[in-house]
Design a protein around this ligand. Structure first.
Ligand SMILES: [Zn+2]
Length: 148
């Protein structure tokens, strides 16, 4: 309790709600993750720019996109070690997250990088996607680990 009668009053509250979120035109990306443990990108038919995570349309030229299967491997472009996380992930800290440029893509994907020794991580290292057994259609269905 504060001694300031004019301070903002804070009271505990819980919200519980369920909703269905649509991935719209990028739904295939998550279906492939769930059903086939495979990462996809989409490539613009006009400018050939290749996006992963995928987009609903080409942000560069508004051209149509086609789906392209990826090999699930890429290169660490940047990363950081998280020591203080949100309540959902705090028990997992410290952990690494970073931008991974997947083979065949022009963009980088922000994702968790799991390693036994976080001090070994370096920009430029090769990584591969590893999929959870119980996939739910979220970005938490997979992470990256150092490739052999
Ligand atoms: Zn384009």
């Amino acid at each position: 309790m504060t001694n300031n009668i004019n301070a903002p009053l804070m009271v505990p509250s819980e919200w519980h709600f369920n909703y269905h979120y649509s991935y719209g035109r990028v739904s295939r990306f998550f279906r492939e993750v769930i059903e086939n443990k495979r990462l996809y990108a989409n490539r613009c038919n006009s400018c050939a720019f290749t996006w992963s995570p995928p987009r609903g349309g080409c942000p560069k030229c508004h051209g149509d996109l086609e789906w392209v299967a990826l090999n699930g491997e890429g290169t660490i472009v940047s990363y950081t070690i998280v020591y203080v996380a949100t309540s959902e992930f705090d028990h997992e800290a410290p952990y690494a997250v970073g931008y991974i440029k997947l083979d065949g893509c022009n963009t980088s994907m922000y994702q968790r990088i799991i390693s036994d020794d976080l001090t070994k991580l370096k920009v430029g290292m090769r990584v591969k996607a590893v999929f959870k057994n119980n996939r739910q259609g979220t970005v938490n269905d997979f992470h990256f680990e150092l490739a052999e």
